[in-house]
Design a protein around this ligand. Structure first.
Ligand code: DX5
Ligand code: ZN
Length: 217
C-alpha cells in the first residue's frame, strides 16, 4: 500500500495559512488535513469552511477536512462549495451512513471517524460505503498529545475486517500523536494515511520529516 502523509494545519501559523499550505506542498505532503472544531463536539474552536475556501487557491493538494463538529450534516454543502476534496464526519456526532451518500453526491469523498473511546466496530457498517476510515489516536480537540497505544489494535481489527470483506485496499487514516518514533508501528498495524501536526511543524526540516513519515516502512 502506498503511504500518504497528511500534515495538519492545526499546528501551523493561523495568520499565514496560504503560505503554510504552499510550503507543505513544496515539502512533499500528499494531502492537507484541516481540523475543524466547533466548541461543542470538542471544546476548542478552530475554523470552518471559510478557511478552506481561503486556502483553496494556494494548493493543488487535496483538502482533507476533519469535521469535529456536532450536526456535520448542516455543513457539508458549505465545505463542498469551499473546495473540500474529502470530508470526515464523526460516528459520535451523526448518523454517518446516510450522510456518506450525500457527501459523495456533492462530488466529495466521504470518510467516517471514531474517537479513542468508541469501539472500532462502530465503523463496520460504514466501511464498504466510505472512501476512507479514520481512527483517532488521541482525544480530539488538541494537537501535541501522546499517541494512545490502544489505537494499534483498533487499526489491526479494522484492516482485518476490510481484508475479510473484500475491500482490502480501503484507506485507513490515523490521526494524533504520530511522529518518526512510532509511525512504523502505525503503518505496520495497517494504516496508510498518516496525519501529523506537531511532528511536521516542529521539525527543522519539514520535507525530510514528511519523507521519513512516508518511507518509514
Ligand atoms: C486532533 C486533531 C489532529 C491533531 C494532530 O483533534 O484531529 O489532527 O491536531 O496533531 P498531532 O500530530 O500534533 O497530534
Ligand atoms: Zn484531525
Amino acid at each position: 500500500m502506498k503511504i500518504k502523509v497528511a500534515p495538519s494545519i492545526l499546528a501551523g501559523d493561523f495568520a499565514k495559512m496560504g503560505e503554510t499550505v504552499e510550503k507543505l506542498e513544496r515539502c512533499g505532503a500528499d494531502l492537507i488535513h484541516c481540523d475543524v472544531m466547533d466548541g461543542n463536539f470538542v471544546p476548542p474552536i478552530t475554523f470552518g469552511a471559510q478557511m478552506v475556501k481561503a486556502i483553496r487557491p494556494h494548493t493543488t493538494l487535496r483538502l482533507d477536512c476533519h469535521l469535529m463538529v456536532l450536526h456535520p450534516e448542516e455543513q457539508i454543502e458549505d465545505f463542498a462549495a469551499a473546495g473540500a476534496d474529502l470530508i470526515s464526519v464523526h460516528a459520535e456526532a451523526c448518523d454517518a451512513l446516510p450522510l456518506l451518500e450525500r457527501i459523495r453526491s456533492l462530488g466529495v469523498k466521504a470518510c467516517v471517524a471514531v474517537n479513542p473511546e468508541t469501539p472500532v466496530e462502530k465503523l463496520f457498517p460504514c466501511a464498504e460505503a466510505a472512501d476512507m476510515l479514520l481512527i483517532m489516536s488521541v482525544r480530539p480537540g488538541w494537537g501535541g498529545q501522546k499517541f494512545l497505544s490502544g489505537s494499534l489494535k483498533k487499526i489491526e481489527t479494522l484492516r482485518n475486517f476490510c481484508v475479510k470483506n473484500g475491500f482490502a485496499d480501503k484507506p485507513i487514516e490515523v490521526d494524533g500523536g504520530i511522529g518518526e518514533e512510532n509511525v512504523r508501528e502505525v503503518i505496520g498495524a495497517g494504516a496508510d494515511v498518516i496525519v501529523a501536526g506537531s511532528a511536521v511543524f516542529r521539525s527543522p526540516d519539514m520535507a525530510a520529516t514528511i519523507a521519513k513519515l512516508r518511507g518509514a516502512r
